[in-house]
Design a protein around this ligand. Structure first.
Ligand SMILES: Nc1ncnc2c1ncn2[C@@H]1O[C@H](COP(=O)(O)OP(=O)(O)OP(=O)(O)O)[C@@H](O)[C@H]1O
Ligand SMILES: [Mg+2]
Length: 312
């Protein structure tokens, strides 16, 4: 059994007799990046605010590293680092001075050497002596994470952390979330963007209208289902010939994309036979790829929505 860093049980929030969050339960394991995915208004921020005790739970329990928030509030909160709203910094001071100031205000005893350590983790070492007002949005975001993990929490919680970041920024962000996770920190992250979740998470829960409707790993989402018919791409030296060979072999229609690429819809199991027929006929096969299922496909399958989550 892997260690559980965050355990949420039956989390519920009722406002004016409306259930905004309804019986949500999930666990986040040690060293895992776990996502809350759902459209705008699904209840992600409300779930996070209850976990970090910014708002009261109507009912439900929260345990952080085994500590109940009800029984050991300070102990549990000391295990959390979070960015729920945009973190505020003194922009006329350097990143280093900001972190130093934060260290001094912390309830926990933090050695000053920890500042260099977190700066390295979020890849901000080079800019640490620069004033924050010269930082880009992505650098400020990273300084926010550095601040949130300064006291060595076992759980980092980020609500829509990549808001406003460009694709390059998101990719970098993913890299250091994974570095953090590998260093043993668990990460809970929310987003309404499928493409982001796909880049960042090991496992995710889909939240819809306050309810958790499904949990699975990113591997399960994107895995090739062997019995399913899907589009396969062959890269060969001769598309026309390859088309004829596969059509002759299988009776399946083949589309020519360009001089080197063809596509055909078939099951995983048939592909080896197609390849063999091509090679026997003298075609050079350079690459065979399956069209991957995306998180968006999966979300639509699970929610039966025409348009569930925005893709941008
Ligand atoms: N204090 C409040 N009073 C009344 N309704 C609220 C309150 N806070 C949240 N809600 C409602 O609860 C629902 C969930 O809100 P929440 O902010 O948790 O969604 P979200 O998943 O974070 O959405 P987004 O992706 O837009 O950030 C929304 O319909 C929102 O209007
Ligand atoms: Mg929100």
């Amino acid at each position: 059994m892997s260690e559980i860093t965050l355990s949420v049980k039956g989390l519920t929030k009722t406002i004016k007799s409306k259930k905004i969050v309804d019986g949500v339960s999930f666990d986040v394991r040690k060293g895992e990046v776990f996502g809350l995915l759902g459209p705008n208004g699904a209840g992600k921020t409300t779930i996070i605010r209850m976990i970090v005790s910014l708002i009261k739970r109507t009912s439900g329990e929260v345990y952080i590293s085994g500590k109940s928030v009800d029984e050991d509030f300070i102990g549990a909160m000391n295990e959390i680092g979070a960015i729920v709203e945009n973190p505020e910094f003194y922009t006329y001071m350097s990143g280093y001075k900001n972190l130093l100031h934060y260290k001094r205000m912390s309830r926990k005893e933090i050695p000053e050497s920890r500042i260099a350590e977190v700066a390295k983790l979020v890849k901000l070492e080079a800019a640490l002596q620069q004033k924050v007002k010269t930082y880009s949005l992505g650098m400020r975001q990273r300084l926010g994470v550095a601040q949130a993990i300064l006291h060595s929490p076992s759980l980092l919680i980020l609500d829509e952390p990549t808001n406003g970041l460009d694709p390059q920024g998101i990719r970098e962000f993913r890299d250091y979330l994974h570095d953090l996770a590998r260093s043993g920190v668990s990460v809970l992250v929310s987003s309404h963007l499928l493409s982001e979740m796909e880049l960042m998470c090991d496992r995710y829960a889909i939240i819809e209208k306050g309810k958790l409707i499904h949990i699975e790993t990113m591997e399960e989402t994107t895995a090739i289902q062997k019995d399913l018919q899907r589009v396969v791409y062959f890269t060969t030296n001769d598309s026309q010939k390859a088309k004829e060979v596969i059509e002759e072999f299988s009776g399946q229609p083949v589309s020519i994309i360009d001089a080197a690429h063809i596509s055909v819809t078939t099951a995983y199991e048939s592909v080896a036979g197609f390849n063999e027929a091509l090679v026997k006929a003298g075609c050079k096969v350079y690459e065979i790829t399956f069209e991957k299922k995306t998180l968006e496909d999966r979300f639509l399958e699970l929610t039966n929505h025409e348009a569930g989550v925005e893709e941008s």
